[in-house]
Write a protein that binds this ligand. Structure first.
Ligand code: CTP
Length: 399
C-alpha cells in the first residue's frame, strides 16, 4: 500500500499510522510531499517503512516510480491530506510523486483531510471533496477538536488507530463506496437509568457491535451519526458521535438524527425500565437493615416508535434481538414475533444463552427480513457481521 503524506502538522501522527500498517504486515511505500518533509523528515519515513522515500519524479527514473507506485498499490491512503493536495487531486494536477501516484492508482483511495476549519469549510474545498467522492474516493470527515494553536473546530486529524481500522474495512469491502451520499444512524452501547446521583441500573452492552457498524458504514462512504450510550471506545474516524446516558436521551438523539436518514440501526441496548423517581440525594442504608423497594416505569421503545412513525417511508430500519428462547418458543420463534411487533425491516438475532456476545470481538447471528429473507451469518468478527448487515441494508435502499 501507499501512504501519501502531505504538508500539515498532523504529518507527525502519520508516523504512528505507518507503524500500525507495517506492524500488521503491510508492505508500505511512503510518498511524502516536499512540504511534508518540513514537518517530519525523510529518515523517519524511510526507517519506519524500510524503504527509500522520494517526493519528486526524478529519483530512480529507470524504475518509472511515478507510474509504478500507483499501478501496483492495493490501497492508497493520503494522511494527512491538506486542502492543497485535495485540490490538486480533484483537478488531476501531477507536479510531484504523490499527485502522479494518485493519477495512476486504480485501487481504493482514502483521503484523511486535516486542516483549519475555515479551509475545510471553504466552498473551493467543499467542491473538491465532492468531486473526489463522486469519483469513488473515500474522503474521511475530519474530527472536531483541538487544532494547531489554541483554536478548536472541525478539521482535526482522526486518531491514527481509527484511520487504520477504517482502512482495514476498506480493504475488506474492496473499496465499495455503496453508501456514498447516504446518511445512516447507528445506536450503540447500553443505557443507564439513575436511582440517585451515583447509582444506576445498567446492562452489559459494550458498544463493540454498534461501533463496528459505524466504522463499516463510514468505510463504505456513508455520512454516519453514532449515538453512543456510555461507551468507552475511541470515536471511529469520520463518524459524528453523539453521547447519551439514559434511554430518554437516546430516544431524543435517535429520533432527531433519524429524521430524513436513509437507514437507522438500533444496536444499542436501551433499558426497558427506569426508576420512577430519581433521588436528588444519595440513598442511604436504613438503620433497621431494610432494603428500599425500587418502583420502575417503562421506557419508550425507540425501535417501535421510529418504525411505526417513519419520517420517510423508505428508511431501512434495523433492530437487534438478544434472545435466549423459553417455554413459549425457540430463539427464532421469538425473533419472528419481535420483527412483526417492532415493525422494522431487518432484525439481527443473537442467541445470548450464556451471555456469550457481550464484550466479545466475535458475534454469530441470523438476519430476518420483513420481506421473508433469512441470512445466516456464521461466527466471526463483529466487523464481518457489520458488513453483512450493510449488504442487506444496501439491497433494500431505494435507488
Ligand atoms: N429497543 C429500543 N427501545 C427500547 C428497548 C429496545 O429501541 N426501549 C431496541 C433495541 O435497540 C433492539 C431491539 O429494540 O434493536 C430489541 O431489543 P430487546 O430488548 O430485545 O426487545 P424488547 O422490546 O425489550 O423485547 P423483550 O420483550 O424481549 O424484552
Amino acid at each position: 500500500m501507499v501512504l501519501g503524506v502531505s504538508g500539515g502538522i498532523a504529518a507527525y501522527k502519520a508516523a504512528e499510522l505507518l507503524r500500525l500498517f507495517t506492524e500488521s504486515g503491510h508492505d508500505v511505500t511512503v510518498v511524502p510531499t516536499a512540504a511534508a518533509l518540513e514537518f517530519v523528515g525523510a529518515p523517519t519515513w524511510s526507517a519506519l517503512s524500510g524503504k527509500p522515500v522520494a517526493t519528486d519524479v526524478w529519483s530512480n527514473v529507470h524504475e518509472v516510480p511515478h507510474v509504478r507506485i500507483g499501478q501496483t498499490a492495493d490501497l492508497v491512503v493520503v494522511a494527512p491530506a491538506t486542502a492543497d493536495v485535495v485540490a490538486k487531486a480533484a483537478h488531476g494536477l501531477a507536479d510531484d510523486l504523490l499527485t502522479n501516484t494518485l493519477l495512476t492508482a486504480r485501487c481504493p483511495v482514502v483521503f484523511a483531510p486535516a486542516m483549519h476549519t475555515e479551509m475545510w469549510e471553504h466552498p473551493a474545498t467543499r467542491d473538491n471533496v465532492a468531486t473526489l467522492r463522486r469519483r469513488g474516493a473515500l474522503v474521511i470527515e475530519p474530527a472536531e477538536g483541538r487544532l494547531t494553536g489554541k483554536d478548536t473546530g472541525k478539521g482535526r486529524f482522526p486518531e491514527p488507530v481509527e484511520i487504520f481500522e477504517l482502512c482495514r474495512s476498506v480493504l475488506v469491502n474492496g473499496g465499495r463506496t455503496d453508501l456514498a451520499g447516504r446518511h445512516v444512524v447507528v445506536s450503540a452501547g447500553g443505557t443507564r437509568e439513575f436511582l440517585d446521583p451515583v447509582r444506576f441500573l445498567g446492562n452489559r452492552s459494550s458498544g463493540l457491535q454498534g461501533y463496528a457498524l459505524a466504522r463499516a458504514a463510514a468505510a463504505r462512504g456513508a455520512e454516519v451519526t453514532l449515538v453512543a450510550a456510555n461507551v468507552t471506545l475511541a470515536d471511529p474516524a469520520g463518524v459524528k458521535v453523539v453521547r447519551v446516558e439514559t434511554t430518554a436521551q437516546l430516544r431524543d438523539a435517535v429520533v432527531a438524527a433519524a429524521s430524513g436518514a436513509d437507514s437507522v440501526v438500533m444496536a444499542a441496548a436501551p433499558a426497558d425500565f427506569r426508576p420512577t423517581t430519581v433521588s436528588e440525594a444519595k440513598i442511604k442504608k436504613a438503620a433497621d437493615g431494610s432494603a428500599p423497594a425500587i418502583e420502575l416505569t417503562q421506557n419508550p421503545d425507540i425501535l417501535h416508535e421510529i418504525s411505526h412513525h417513519r419520517t420517510r417511508p423508505d428508511t431501512v430500519i434495523v433492530g437487534f434481538a438478544a434472545e435466549t428462547g423459553d417455554d413459549t418458543g425457540t430463539v427464532l420463534d421469538l425473533a419472528r414475533a419481535k420483527l412483526e411487533r417492532k415493525g422494522c425491516d431487518l432484525l439481527v438475532v443473537n442467541d445470548v444463552s450464556g451471555g456469550a456476545v457481550f464484550g466479545s470481538p466475535d458475534n454469530e447471528a441470523v438476519i430476518l427480513a420483513k420481506d421473508g429473507a433469512v441470512v445466516e451469518v456464521p461466527s466471526g468478527a463483529k466487523a464481518a457481521l457489520a458488513e453483512v448487515i450493510w449488504d442487506q441494508v444496501v439491497a433494500r435502499l431505494p435507488r
